[in-house]
Ligand binder design. Sequence first.
Ligand code: GCB
Length: 621
Amino acid sequence: ISLHALLYPAESETRQVKSLDGLWHFRLDEQGVGENERWFAQPNLPDPTIFMPVPSSYNDVTQNITIHRHIGWVWYAKDFFLHNTAPRWVLRFQAAHYESRVWVNGHSAVNHSGGHLPFEADITPFISTNKDYSKVHIVVAINNTLTPTTLPPGYLQIHSPSYRELQTPFDFFNYAGIDRSVILYSTSTAYIQDITIDTQRIDYDAQHIATSAVLVYTVTIAGVNPINTIRVLIELLDANGMVVANNTDSHSSLVVTKPNLWEPCGMNYTHPCTEHSYLYTLQVTLYNDSPQMNILDIYRIRHVGIRTIRLTDSKFLVNERPFYFHGANAHEDSDIRGKGFDHVILAKHFNLYGWLHGNSFRTSHYPYADEFYEMADRFGIAIIDETPAVGLSATQFVSQATLDHHKQVTTEMINRDRNHPSVLMWSLANEPESNVPSAKDYFSALANFTRPIAAGRPITYVISAGYNSDQGIQFFDMICINRYFGWYSQSGRLDQIPNLVSEELTNWRHRFPNKPILMSEYGADTVVGLHNDPSFMFTEEYQKDFYTAYHSIFDNFSSLIHPDTGFFVGELPWNMFDFATDQSITRVGGLNRKGLFTRQRQPKAAAFVIKSRYEHLESIN
Ligand code: GCB
């Protein structure tokens, strides 16, 4: 398995970072002829082109329905000048959906499949080095067509030449384009390629105050030959910049006495709760092994948290203390931008989790932009990090190509996110058809593959199958279930919810007495401003009553409230925000309206119910 991108591009004394965000030239390639006609080799994309912002999904930026629902290739191009002040330049896409081909000055630089993880290319060979500067022309072709072997999967249904539809086993809109930032960064010839850091152990005194911690790390270096001509210095700095531990081996450990621990706390929404979500900086310096000890490269990870995770039969322990997830699922989705990354949406996301007293979210249903993880580290929000494997079915379970791709994307996600203390668990899939017999071998293989690379986190997948029919979760650490009693089943019958939830949790527990259980989705569509008393489906009253009906039962099984008998470790409503879907008879105005907040991030009545519940849970967590 190959990794398409390693460390997040960070500036330092030895590294420059240049943003290529802004307006790019853009056009559709409805006939799929661009590559044959060598558009990548021409000075400009052929007309007609328009300006398209990067980062953003392209679908909702224009007034053109053809662009909104386009299936197939689109092309982007940008020119810029690069001053050759560094020996090595890397072009990095934080994500582009789905299949990407990148040319730099007419040369093929990188191809990538998959919409939610970064990929990069060393472009030094394609830029002229005999001048002080280079003119660089980047062309990117992107295809959003999903197939049975992409993740997420999909298939193209061709009704007629002018009527094609992408069928998907998920409801969020298949936004596409250069959804995240494009970055150019430099390194020296010899450079730090990758760093991993994990807490191996924390020792406590009788009052459960941490007395010492052991962190294990690895540093991978590239671009040097032979390796013994360089040296490395690893330093751990506290929040005041003081060195608290150091080492000169590239694979070793650091011992920290009286460490400040990181723990998920749910941020106080005006201030990051640094006291609980304490972050250290790992500074790695690469030197020339010469009397001058010239510095070759410096890289800093500014979000190192010291914390451990351990599951018991019935509890999710962080730093050996029970943790209860109370947050909400989300999507990367907003008006106009679609899945496009935006700092405003990012900041609002965390301010709203703070307002709600939420302490966690799942990155349903794909890995989010890096910035979400760094904010979560700072503010003490726990993340369940999910792969884009949503809606796998029997067809996928018998496909070696799907399994291979699933392993690849899992590896890329873990490698990208493993250094974030906020990531507490890996979710490898959402709602697979896990009741078919072929799911057993598939998930057994996936769990065996992932466990050795899981970096101390439990692994799970999110289940829609029944407690007696699921074939795969036996190989995983925790049970995460999505249930819609009172919505998709027992529609309109809030009175049926308590018994059904109770039975459900009891039955799962009976089958798997050694795995804690979390409700990873439950929710009801709600049109903001629609009211009815008594509460009817789609009204704000119904959403409030729906949640309340579940909560009383959760408390009966909660590991927080019943430390000796409880096994239920968390609740994540579906969804934090209304989000875009395809147009259909079940999605009014093209939105899934199960948000506690509208798509514009304003609260519905149920948000206040959840807020007061979470204030209470926070006080006992
Ligand atoms: C689910 C899916 C989620 C959907 C949700 C719904 O079970 O996991 O992606 O959006 O149901 O509202 O239908």
